[in-house]
Design a protein around this ligand. Structure first.
Ligand code: PHB
Length: 417
């Protein structure tokens, strides 16, 4: 016998408890708007998934100004620049002196822990471990989500607006009919071999390295755990590599000027594909997509999490207007406003990727051209400023000055030295 469906109602139904969904729920709660977050994974899985760790200045401002930035300021580290390494030498790009902003190194799962703690402390409704999620009646005024909760109870959630925040593998975007949706897709035909190693940092700042063997990135997690990547074939079998072979490959890509990496036990490894995707439009009826559900970027430049946060800020402002005045103007323009930043980030990630990676069919000409571009970008104030502007992130659109998040951000800006 099938169990009876439980009925529930909320103002905003949010599918997915990643950065976009949880941030949206957090911002809405500050504005007094009710939401229910439905997530298929368990809380422990979400809090343990390792992703990139660079927070743009705007993301830091949103977290601090909305009361979830304490751990970030305590345990994250501010980075005022990056090193671009080519021809065996490092070239530093400074952020404060070029654009007056910085970034913070603070892993994504720590951001998620802070968001989950805040939601639960504020009596937020987050349903982990859900299954069989499906969306209905999107073009009416009361869209519906069906799901089975963690205890096996079939549930129907009715809401005013739905947010699809279920990540790159999510299915909410497929609710936009094929004849209304354009999928902009690009495959870079290489991957990143990523490792976590028990070792002290090799550098105070991140190193993005171009070499004759391909790209490498030296990042960090804690004083005793380092995160590193090198460009590889997307089909590479990470398990087939010995630790020695991995270290030799990384060392060869950063070699020069007597520099070498601190090595240690490798305790996690995986191959990450390099892809770009944009779903156009980002909305359909009362469904609005945010974060990786609507777009993915290659990891070069670490824009994914930051885009999720800026989408959530733009969508929260539009929803505040809708629930305050019944006005749909900002909801109607949400996709266009968000897409402007998404395409800037797509360009930035593509540009960093194309400047630093060896394409499978590239030859000597391309290598010389890349070196000339790197020389130009790091060797001129204009070049360094362009790179720093994209890396630290563009201002997040403030479309609704009356919204709680826009007000909080204005206060933070006026306080910043
Ligand atoms: C990371 O620390 O995992 C990281 C940092 C910067 C990137 C990508 C990944 O561009």
């Amino acid at each position: 016998m099938t169990a009876q469906r439980t009925h529930a109602r909320t103002q905003v139904g949010i599918v997915g408890a990643g950065p976009a969904g949880l941030m949206l729920s957090h911002l809405l709660s500050l504005a007094g708007i009710e939401s229910v977050v439905i997530e298929t994974r368990a809380r422990e899985d979400i809090e343990a998934t390792i992703r990139a760790g660079i927070l743009e200045q705007g993301t830091v401002d949103v977290m601090v100004s909305t009361g979830i930035g304490d751990r970030l300021l305590d345990t994250g580290s501010r980075h005022d620049g990056i090193e671009i390494r080519f021809g065996g030498q490092s070239h530093r790009v400074d952020f404060p002196s070029t654009v007056g902003r910085s970034v913070h190194l603070y892993p994504q799962h720590e951001v998620l822990k802070d968001l989950i703690t805040a939601r639960l402390a504020d009596d937020g409704d987050v349903r982990f471990g859900a299954s069989d999620v499906s969306l209905h009646e999107l073009t009416g005024t009361e869209p519906v989500v069906h799901f089975t909760d963690a205890d096996g109870r079939p549930t129907e959630l009715r809401c005013d607006v739905l947010a699809g925040c279920d990540g790159a593998q999510g299915t909410t975007k497929w609710s936009i009919p094929d004849n209304r949706r354009t999928d902009h897709f690009r495959d870079y035909r290489h991957g990143w071999f990523g490792i976590l190693a028990e070792a002290p940092p090799s550098s105070k700042e991140l190193i993005y390295a171009h070499s004759e063997r391909g790209f490498a990135l030296i990042s960090s997690r804690t004083p005793t755990v380092q995160r590193m990547y090198f460009q590889c074939d997307p089909e590479e079998d990470a398990g087939a590599w010995s630790d020695n072979r991995i270290w030799d490959e990384l060392q060869s890509r950063v070699a020069g000027n007597g520099f070498s990496l601190n090595e240690g036990r490798i305790f996690q490894r995986s191959v990450i594909p390099m892809r770009s995707y944009v779903c156009d439009p980002m909305q359909h009826g009362r469904l609005f997509l945010a974060g990786d559900a609507a777009h993915t970027v290659p990891p070069t430049g670490a824009k994914g999490l930051n885009l999720a946060i800026s989408d959530a800020v733009v969508l929260a402002q539009a929803l505040e207007r809708f629930f305050d005045d019944g006005d749909t103007d900002l909801l109607d323009s949400y996709g266009r406003t968000a897409a402007q930043r998404v395409w800037r980030a797509q360009h930035f990630s593509w540009w960093m990727t194309s400047m630093l990676h060896l394409a499978p069919d590239s030859g000597d000409f391309d290598r010389h051209r890349q070196l000339a571009e790197l020389d130009q970008i790091t060797g001129s104030a204009a070049g360094r400023t362009l790179l720093a502007e994209g890396y630290t992130g563009w201002p997040i659109a403030r479309t609704n000055p009356k919204s709680v998040v826009a007000e909080a951000l204005s206060l933070t800006h006026s306080r910043r030295p």
